[in-house]
Design a protein around this ligand. Structure first.
Ligand SMILES: NC(=O)c1ccc[n+]([C@@H]2O[C@H](COP(=O)([O-])OP(=O)(O)OC[C@H]3O[C@@H](n4cnc5c(N)ncnc54)[C@H](O)[C@@H]3O)[C@@H](O)[C@H]2O)c1
Length: 246
């Protein structure tokens, strides 16, 4: 694939997706607020395939211009995976308005605006595909995750009408809904659990806590031509959590 935009490319899932695509010969436009040593090293290793663009995605008004700049610099966008994100846990009565807004901005507003800009071009190359990442926390009682889960719910509601419109332009869009994946984001809240809490959490995932590679495998499949018949779907990968014996 050509010019797959990956936001949050320095993060756990974003980096794993980027590395898998690069190994398969795709070119990647990696975006993040800061680039870590691993991704900078990858950019040196794949100078013709990995292009890095520093950007803070919280300013939605700047995003259409940013997408247009990327297309002008590297050529048409051939894919988009939105991996930038953060979580902010708090009980309802302590949840700050500012945090609700910021979670909405990054998890929902930013990808919606970027996809709008990507879809501006009338005819897309065969195989253009988009993957957004939702979370199991939007589907069960994940204590303290209300604002994060609500933003994930927004992109789930967005999916079907977006898929209908994008399909007319030759673009597929799907979403993945993940249980916990071992990344810096998940460590942030898992490390706060008591020993007993962590044991219970781990036991509720019979196939284990996900690794970034597990997440990247599904995302790259949905981006690929192998998935040409799949559109507008939310695919769950949760380590067997939903079907565990209780
Ligand atoms: N890890 C999990 O357990 C899990 C589960 C379900 C869904 N997800 C979702 O997967 C996606 C990737 O998460 P991850 O676990 O790889 O997280 P991560 O914390 O490892 O990576 C997130 C990346 O986003 C970047 N980022 C944060 N704010 C940004 C901003 N304003 N502009 C640009 N970049 C910004 C960070 O710098 C970081 O590199 C997120 O949407 C997350 O909600 C993660």
């Amino acid at each position: 694939m050509k010019n797959v935009i990956i936001t949050g490319v320095s993060g756990g899932i974003g980096k794993a997706v980027a590395m898998r695509l690069l190994a398969g010969g795709s070119s990647v436009i990696g975006m993040d607020r800061v680039f870590d040593d691993e991704i900078l090293e990858a950019a040196r290793r794949f100078p013709e395939q990995l292009f890095l663009r520093e950007a803070d995605l919280m300013d939605a008004a700047s995003l259409p211009g940013l997408v247009a700049d990327l297309a002008a610099e590297y050529g048409p966008v051939g894919g988009f995976v939105h991996c930038a994100g953060f979580d902010k846990m708090a009980p309802l009565h302590l949840t700050k308005t500012e945090d609700i807004e910021n979670l909405w901005r990054l998890h929902a507003l930013a990808p919606m605006v970027m996809i709008g800009a990507i879809s501006k071009k009338k005819n897309h190359e065969d195989g253009t595909a988009i993957v957004l990442i939702s979370s199991q926390s939007a589907h069960e009682g994940a204590m303290g995750h209300t604002a994060y889960a609500a933003a994930k719910g927004a992109i789930e509601g967005y999916l079907a009408p977006a898929a209908a419109e994008l399909m007319e332009k030759g673009i597929r869009i799907n979403e993945v809904c993940f249980g916990p994946v071992r990344t810096p984001m998940a460590s942030g809240w898992m490390e706060k659990l008591t020993e007993d809490g962590l044991r219970k959490l781990t036991e509720s995932y019979p196939l284990g806590i996900g690794e970034p590679e597990d997440a990247a495998g599904l995302i790259c499949f949905l981006l690929s031509k192998e998935a040409r018949w799949i559109n507008g779907q939310i695919i769950t990968a949760d380590g067997g959590h939903a079907v565990r014996k209780v």
